[in-house]
Design a protein around this ligand. Sequence first.
Ligand code: HEM
Length: 528
Amino acid sequence: MSLIPRMAFLLELFRFASSQGGSTVSTGTCHARDAGDCIEAVSEADVDTADDAHAAAIRVSLMQKEHLQLQRSKQEKIAKKGRQEIRRNTTTRNDTIFPADLVSCAGESVLQTQQMSLDDYDEVVDAMHQIWMSLDTKCDESGCMQADWAGCVVNFAMHDVMDFRDNSGGGSDACLDFADPSNAGLLSCFNGTANFIGLAQAYSDFCSRMSLADFVVIAAEAVMSITRESVLTADGARKQIDFRSQFKFGRVTSERCMSTLDRIPDPAGGCRATQSSLVDGLGLTWNQTAALMGVHTLGSLSLEHPGYEGRWTSAESSRMFDNGYYVSLVLSGWGPVYGLKGDDDRAQWLRVDLGANKDKGLEAMLDSDMCLYHYMFDDLVENEDLYLQAHLNARSAEAQGCKCAWTRVEDFYPAMEKYNNNEFCGSPVYYPRLADLGFGTTGHIGLESENTLQFAKQRMSCCTIRPPNQQIMASEPQIDCGLPSKPLGKAAAAIKLFANYEEVWIDSFLEAWGIATTKTHAQLYSTR
Ligand code: HEM
């Protein structure tokens, strides 16, 4: 953003102006100017002068903002105390432990399934359903066991798959190393806890007829179907998801997989890491990759391992398998943060719009999520050396002047209406570009300047809810990460579609999931 921030803003204005047949910015309602450019600031002064229906809306936003800032500051203190506690209790694991080490089978366990019927598939689904029913249903900002269990089971299957490389092993073989910090969080659902039985124990009923590798994929599919049920119960018109009819068996369990260690993508690597694991590794297109990433609607990030914090959606939504991930990504404003884990340099994104309310749980995104839609600069940077700076990267964002990633409301009316209570950036009041009503630049208060004000007001509601020590001038266009109206992320068009039309995402997801989970070096067969 630091490259051409003001030019970008002017370009944005110019676009609006030219689409309305004008070419100059009217002096009508611009309260602050620099060398002739309007550097609009939205404040109480604007409330006083905006003699239309938006004045009340701005006042509400400002009050809401103050209230939420106080709330966030209080909760930050509580979170900090919790983080110190976690650090004291964290130990380092040096042992290599693979899933097969934790399975005990009464009969002779099979490494490859010889035959499988749909009844076998359904039995695994029933076993997962029983675990689901045993989980605590409490779900709020302090925790959500159902969401975390569901997220863990699906993430286990995906971590198993993401180490696939043509001609060099890996893939869907139920093998990963629990001692790798990226996999450490997966131990709870695999080995079980005091609160629920683990996949390893559930598998003992199937171990003499089904490979662990096939079992893990069915378990993940069962969990996504179960968590989809809650969505369908709330709204019967939403699309069903059918994994069962496309499932294929025959994966071979690997008891050891030393050669595939370190292949799990690093979130800080952004779209470069995603490219090497999902695009080059699994052979997915960027749109399929974006579809697969929608699973992040389930579960949470754990501060302990690998060191990020929050959920991609609200706590309640994080136990429902829907397009909430995309809705959250585009209908919220996001700010870069680092140092959440004490002095560690992990960086991520936190919600900074009027909806950033910890009563629903801390909402977060990783670089690898954000880069699918947003970009650091206003135009694509082709130079490979600049890749990490150019692609959205929370660690270097501040240095680039990129402090808030948000987008324009006009592209997301279907998503707002169908999936977000008609809210944008956490508020039912939003500020789209005004249509040309024929008044021209000399009308009421001047259309271009009115649109300038709209743009600044929208930035205010999308970018201002931050901890007290990270306050910014949200009225300044140079804080934007790229142009809000021109997202340049790797899969921006697909993300827009998935946010607005969940049924399109479901179809793309099934396709991508099918490709990913059949990445194995074994021959697969259809169930009968
Ligand atoms: C570049 C690709 C990806 C990166 C960098 C990434 C990164 C992460 C990270 C850091 C976590 C937090 C883990 C923890 O705190 O224990 C996580 C969780 C999760 N990931 Fe991903 N992920 C990627 C792709 C995927 C894909 C393709 C899927 C599924 C199709 C997936 C499913 C999940 C799920 C369900 C969770 C929640 C886990 C839980 O609640 O315990 N991820 N991911």
